[in-house]
Design a protein around this ligand. Structure first.
Ligand code: SF4
Ligand code: SF4
Length: 456
């Protein structure tokens, strides 16, 4: 009987060996396509060594053969059980921010302030503590400047054209309502909006009931500067589009800003069309897009169930990580709201990961625990340090987005890892170690695709 059991275990070890061979071969091929040479090398070496251990232990005779086969087999099963058994994650209390953000305080509004204008003087009279930082970035070449460190005429002018067409969209975020309301069940309209937004290019769509803290207290850009934000809109529809990982691999160089500006346009145009559609149904609706926000998009997206706010202060979608751009449509049309995001596995991962903080060239991302800010525990980045770096290099950097383990492309390999990360805290710890082994603690910068370079 023991002999039979041993034969079965040896056959199973051969099967496990082949399973590992195929899985590692597939992962290695994916890594080659992703141009991840280091990961591919590790995977192909493992593809030879790991299956050999299982297969040779089963087909050769040696002393203590049966004991070693059993240790190998039951050890493997044990490790699988440990890695894949779901473990509960401590649910963190979702606490709402206590106060609204004033858009005039965000770095982009401060950048817009024209030196020595009345707005400029008034702002720094009331916020003298900010002047010292802002003076620093005002002396730098600036975003998309031809004097910036990573200036590349093709890449920078391409990004500039995406920004310019987004600026046109800002003029049509709001408009006239149809005279007559179309009465349809709210679920039917919500399903249509979700389906159509996805057809238009959104990867994720969420709906939430709006709270006070979703809105800025005052506008900070253009003609809205200083105006108190008042809205009777009760619902926010959130759209996420995915940014291409490849465009981030040469961060902080030009492809990053080409991608982010293009995606601001894409997600903005979805928002503008959906808002127009809702107004055609006879309900008030306004799109919130780059440079024309009344709401804080990541907070609305989190409450619409689309992600968590991670260490780098951006929305982290569990499928796309921080590689997303967001737009929102607010409306008085009643819609069925989604559940807020309570994916604490993202926060648990961020607590131990710190890869974005380690790789940030301006040390803008905290290595510490979350702090209590405006009533909620969160990480806050040093936006002045971050923006100062942007104005030196001329792009929006994106190194933190590139290195984030959640940013890997959407394919079977990385989706399997995402599943494990969500499922078990032991898997999360293993995934973090393997991410450093395969991709490096400080992943090296890759060259932009050839067609993008001005100096071929
Ligand atoms: S790099 Fe790590 S710590 Fe930073 S946001 Fe991504 S998962 Fe969180
Ligand atoms: S964009 Fe660059 S500078 Fe800014 S926080 Fe991310 S890594 Fe740091």
């Amino acid at each position: 009987m023991f002999r039979n059991l041993n034969s079965i275990i040896q056959i199973l070890n051969i099967v496990i060996g082949f399973f590992f061979f195929l899985s590692l071969l597939y992962s290695g091929i994916i890594s080659i396509f992703e141009k991840e040479k280091r990961a591919a090398a590790f995977l192909f070496i493992s593809m030879i060594i790991v299956p050999l251990i299982y297969i040779l232990s089963a087909i050769y005779s040696y002393p203590q053969e049966s004991i070693i086969s059993q240790i190998l087999f039951f050890g493997t099963i044990g490790v699988m059980i440990i890695l894949f058994t779901p473990t509960p994650v401590k649910r963190e209390k979702t606490v709402s921010p206590l106060k609204q953000i004033d858009e005039r305080d965000i770095i982009f509004s401060r950048t817009d302030l024209e030196k020595d204008s009345n707005r400029f003087k008034k702002y720094y009279q009331t916020h003298p503590e900010k002047k010292i930082y802002d003076e620093k970035f005002r002396q730098n070449p600036g975003l998309l400047s031809n004097k910036a460190k990573h200036f590349d005429p093709l890449q920078f002018y391409a990004a500039d054209s995406s920004m310019s067409i987004t600026a046109h969209l800002r003029t049509i975020t709001d408009g006239e309502l149809a005279k007559q309301q179309t009465k349809l069940p709210s679920k039917q309209i919500a399903d249509f909006i979700r389906g159509w937004a996805k057809k238009l290019g959104a990867k994720e769509v969420g709906i939430t009931k709006l709270k006070n803290y979703h809105f800025y207290s005052h506008g900070g850009r253009g003609e809205d500067y200083g105006k108190e934000i008042k809205s009777n809109h009760k619902y926010g529809i959130v759209f996420l589009v995915e940014m291409d990982k490849k465009m981030f691999e040469s961060s902080p160089k030009g492809p990053v800003i080409m991608e982010s500006t293009q995606k601001y346009f894409e997600v903005g145009s979805i928002g503008v069309q959906i808002a127009e559609f809702i107004r055609n149904l006879g309900y008030s609706a306004r799109a919130h897009i780059d440079g024309k926000y009344q709401v804080v998009c990541p907070l609305v997206a989190k409450d619409a169930g689309l992600g968590e706010i991670g260490r780098m202060g951006l929305l982290m979608s569990s499928k796309y990580g921080p590689r997303v751009r967001i737009s929102v449509v607010t409306t008085d049309l009643n819609l069925p709201a989604d559940e807020p995001c309570v994916d604490n596995t993202i926060i648990d991962f961020c607590k131990m990961c710190k890869k974005c903080a380690v790789n940030c060239p301006s040390n803008a991302i905290s290595h510490d625990e979350k702090q209590k800010i405006d009533g909620i525990e969160r990480w806050q980045i040093n936006s002045e340090a971050c923006y100062n770096y942007w104005t030196l290099v001329g792009t929006d950097c994106g190194k933190c987005i590139n290195v984030c383990p959640y940013s890997h492309p959407n394919n079977l390999l990385h989706n399997f890892i995402r599943f494990g990360i969500k499922n078990s805290f032991i898997f999360r710890r293993m995934a973090l170690i393997l991410d450093d082994v395969f991709y490096g603690k400080k992943p090296s910068e890759k060259a932009p695709p050839k067609w993008m370079k001005s100096d071929k």
